[in-house]
Design a protein. Structure first.
Lengths: 113, 113
């Protein structure tokens, strides 16, 4: 049986993304970060809403529209709305950080049907 | 910030369901079980696919089409296809069991796991 925490790499050249569920516009993925951060000066801007949780380790999440860095520890979860610009400032330098990210079509500001 | 593991009840009269994300046919929920099981003789038969993971505690999952009970421990995850009849035989008697369950519209008939 697959396990979210099995065989975690100690160090990775880049973040590791494993798709767990993909159906239509829905995508659930496990992300493993080993001290990775979003490259300096880059903001992520996504077309879909994203629910994200940290299950192991920790991370600092910054939004372009607020000053503070949001610190996520084990179990903390947050919804990042489509097109809300954000970046990962840091992830845990002492252990792998395991995330679940659910990308989905949210309600949106202007439904068309 | 909401946390999956904050303020876990030690004992519940019934399983607790908290919807984290709902959008169209998609529903992500946290389930907390305190030694609960599916009532004797009942099978669950769902219209949508379900991805489920145990994050704390443990559980025994039985499918109507197989003899063995599948034991889920922390991090174990499985997809339960729509209309695959199943039941929870037991959940951890010593601590709360925390699940995430993602209900979604799958691709349709698919291989048994």
């Amino acid at each position: 049986m697959p396990n979210l925490f099995a065989n975690l790499p100690r160090s990775l050249p880049a973040e590791q993304f494993d798709v767990l569920v993909a159906a239509g516009r829905l995508r659930l993925e496990r992300i493993v970060s080993t001290a990775h951060a979003t490259p300096c000066g880059r903001w992520d801007d996504q077309d879909t809403d994203e629910w994200v949780v940290v299950l192991r380790g920790s991370a600092g999440l910054r939004f372009a529209d607020t000053a503070d860095v949001m610190v996520l520890r084990e179990g903390d979860h947050v919804v990042i709305r489509a097109h809300r610009r954000h970046r990962v400032e840091w992830t845990d330098p002492t252990q792998p950080t395991v995330w679940l990210a659910l990308h989905y079509e949210g309600a949106g500001p202007s439904p068309t049907s």
